[in-house]
Ligand binder design. Structure first.
Ligand SMILES: Cc1cc2nc3c(=O)[nH]c(=O)nc-3n(C[C@H](O)[C@H](O)[C@H](O)COP(=O)(O)O)c2cc1C
Length: 321
């Protein structure tokens, strides 16, 4: 039994696994390793650093990869998309905001449009713009997201898409880090998984060693959804989105004292950034999701893709028998 799904057919890949476009974490090395292993790797365009993005596309040259952007931020610098499309990505993922301003340009360049959604209103938006791939992201996810749990959000999105956009392909995200999660995503009606935290904990991810160590030591209980990482960094996220990060001294100190942090951001922001660069696991945001609880080692991305696909196949066989 091979895990051939509508997603593998549409993308021309072997395994129904997409690596998430994690800001400054998912560079060209990670994206190309995932694609080379039979998944689809996405470079994390994030808030948009044109020269970083250019460098990462160079690193991934020759590999079929895609790119993702934080939509509300892209509105401030649309040329980033124009430049990225010149690199002929297979797909562009938009998340966290209205995709409409960018849809025509993405289609005209021949790239597939992936819309990541955090609630049913977002799924309607993705249906409305005729997204090729719709990602239903549950709140277990590392990084930014919202409130819905993966287990009920994915099948609800699946029903909506089957009724109103049968050509769109549904992908699940949030808490998927091994073959059990991938098998569950398929059972819920998705055609594959978009995986962040597990690839954040890979050899190719641009993550400080001490942050990796913190994730390996953490249980899934040791994360929190919060806005304090964005307040400290003075990044104006729209209401409704929070970030899931490691629960540590920094979040313990500021979560619940957001107004105070806002007033102290001129001092706390540089402290946060300095600690982040130094790999301090206590006094900055350490960005991983609940799936950290099932991650025990840092592995090459190719091994993660292959193991996940094999384990999912085995899990589905076991259930079927
Ligand atoms: C470190 C990190 C950074 C992320 N950055 C982005 C981002 O820049 N853009 C985006 O669309 N999603 C981002 N995400 C969310 C992912 O797209 C994805 O939804 C999530 O990682 C899936 O859940 P998981 O972490 O449990 O696999 C990020 C996730 C992590 C863990």
């Amino acid at each position: 039994m091979a895990l051939t799904t509508a997603l593998t057919r549409r993308l021309g890949i072997r395994h129904p696994v997409i690596s998430a476009p994690m800001h400054l974490v998912a560079g060209g090395a990670l994206a190309s390793a995932v694609s080379a292993a039979g998944g689809l790797g996405l470079i994390g365009g994030g808030y948009g650093d044109a020269s970083w993005l250019d460098q990462q596309f160079d690193i991934a040259a020759g590999q079929r990869i895609g790119v993702g952007f934080i939509t509300w931020s892209l509105r401030k610098s649309p040329p980033l998309l124009t430049d990225a499309l010149k690199r002929r990505p297979v797909a562009v993922m938009l998340s966290f905001g209205d995709p409409r301003p960018f849809v025509d340009e993405i289609r005209a360049a021949g790239a597939l449009l992936i819309c990541q959604c955090q609630n049913i209103d977002h799924v309607w938006d993705a249906i409305d713009v005729k997204a090729d791939i719709i990602v239903a992201q549950g709140a277990e996810a590392g990084g930014h997201g919202a409130l819905r749990g993966t287990l009920s959000f994915v099948p609800e999105a699946a029903d909506l898409i089957a009724a109103h956009a049968p050509d769109a392909i549904l992908v699940a995200a949030g808490g998927i880090a091994d073959g059990r999660g991938l098998a569950a995503a398929l059972a819920l009606g998705a055609e594959g998984a978009l995986v962040g935290t597990r690839f954040w904990a890979s050899a190719e991810a641009l993550v400080h060693r001490r942050h990796h160590e913190a994730a390996i030591a953490a249980s899934g209980d040791e994360t929190i959804r919060t806005t304090v990482v964005d307040i400290a960094r003075q990044i104006p996220w729209p209401r409704g989105f929070t970030a899931r990060v490691c629960r540590n001294a920094f979040t313990q100190r500021w979560h619940g004292r957001e107004d105070e942090l806002e007033r102290a951001a001129a001092v706390e922001g540089p402290r946060y950034r300095q600690a982040f660069t130094a790999g301090d696991p206590d006094n900055t945001g350490v960005w991983f999701g609940e799936a950290a609880g099932i991650i025990r080692s840092i592995e090459p991305a190719a091994a993660i893709v292959e193991t996940m696909a094999q384990q999912a196949e085995a899990a589905l066989k076991r259930i079927a028998s």
